[in-house]
Ligand binder design. Structure first.
Ligand code: 13P
Length: 338
């Protein structure tokens, strides 16, 4: 795969009015989601749920690509088509989560580093053969009174950059995700400081590892106060702080930035994205790569019942459409009621 074709895939992932569905929950995480609707998590129930999402009529108008978990990449839709093939037929690009999760960083209590580099070259080759055009690796950065320190930021950025370089070698577009968590009572100012430091370090390592910025997508958190912070931030404050942080750290050659939702409500994450896209011209596309914020209302409406597939799909399509409008800068709060 040439640099041009990597760039073309990256651009398609963040195409105007579209964004990415993160449906790559690991078996442990999807079990937690299913617990909330009292549904047993089995290979078959996971397949039925993801089939409901992926076969939503009209989804590809707003969904450019879907991040899958290893199990799903190897499954078929209920109608018997391999999932990556089905998505591609619908005009949605199949992607794959390749990290092995965040593990405690020895010597640094409270901090983590993401594992999964060993054997990654071979795994990427197999995933490319199965139809994956892009991949995701998530670094997790928690905020505490005395962390993150520069050591864990560097360790996570180094792993992200090694992953990204291996992806591009394999002809796969890397989604580079350094997630600063919302857990805690820190202020929005502290989130901005940590996110800026994390992104700065990430781009230093990406450059050092000779990663082609035109053939990647950045997936950051928005700059928001911690979940338990007493000082809430307005939509405009979040939008302005996030844009300030990204302008200070993200090269203009990166085609797009696709945010994670990170525990924000579906409406909040759409409103924040919409506000950012009305703040004036930006060098990159600014869109969504949400998991919970796209799926939560749909999971609830579906509830594991075959007779509620249409209701689940309607709830998913609503969030996809409103986020597509938020990417285009056309979202208004009143649209939630329509
Ligand atoms: P959330 O939008 O639920 O944070 O998930 C996005 C994701 O892919 C995290 O890695």
């Amino acid at each position: 795969m040439t640099a041009q074709s990597l760039a073309a895939v990256a651009q398609a992932m963040v195409a105007p009015g579209k964004g990415i569905l993160a449906a790559d929950e690991s078996s442990g995480t999807i079990k937690k989601r299913f617990d909330s609707i009292k549904l047993e998590s089995t290979a078959e129930s996971r397949r039925a749920y993801r089939d409901m999402l992926f076969t939503t009529p009209g989804a590809s108008e707003f969904i450019s690509g879907v991040i899958l978990y290893d199990e799903t990449l190897r499954q078929s839709t209920l109608s018997g088509v391999p999932v990556p093939k089905y998505l591609a037929q619908q005009g949605m690009i199949p992607g794959i989560k390749v990290d092995a999760g965040a593990k405690p960083l020895a010597g640094f209590p409270g901090e983590t580093v993401t594992e999964g580099l060993d054997g990654l070259r071979e795994r990427l080759k197999e995933y490319a053969g199965l139809g994956a055009k892009f991949a995701k690796w998530r670094a997790v950065i928690a905020i505490g009174p005395d962390f993150p320190g520069s050591f864990s930021l560097a360790a996570n950025a180094h792993a992200l950059a090694r992953y990204a370089a291996l992806c591009q070698e394999a002809g796969i577009v890397p989604i580079v995700e350094p997630e600063v968590l919302m857990d805690g009572d820190h202020t929005i100012g502290r989130c901005e400081e940590v996110t800026t430091a994390a992104l700065e370090r990430t781009f230093i390592e990406l450059r050092a590892h000779r990663v082609d910025f035109a053939g990647m997508v950045l997936k950051p958190n928005m700059v928001v106060p911690g979940q338990d912070c007493r000082q809430k931030a307005s939509v405009r404050e979040v939008a302005e702080a996030t844009i300030r942080c990204l302008k200070a750290t993200v090269p203009a050659t990166v085609p797009g930035i696709a945010f994670l939702s990170g525990g924000q409500s579906p409406e909040e994450s759409t409103e924040h994205l919409g506000a950012m896209n009305t703040l004036g011209a930006l060098p990159w596309q600014l869109t969504f790569s949400y998991g919970r914020a796209l799926q939560a209302p749909s999971l609830k409406a579906w509830g594991g019942k075959p007779e509620a597939v249409k209701a689940g799909q309607a709830a998913f399509l609503k969030r996809a459409r409103l986020n597509g409008l938020a990417h285009a800068g056309q979202y208004r709060r009143e649209m939630e009621a329509a």
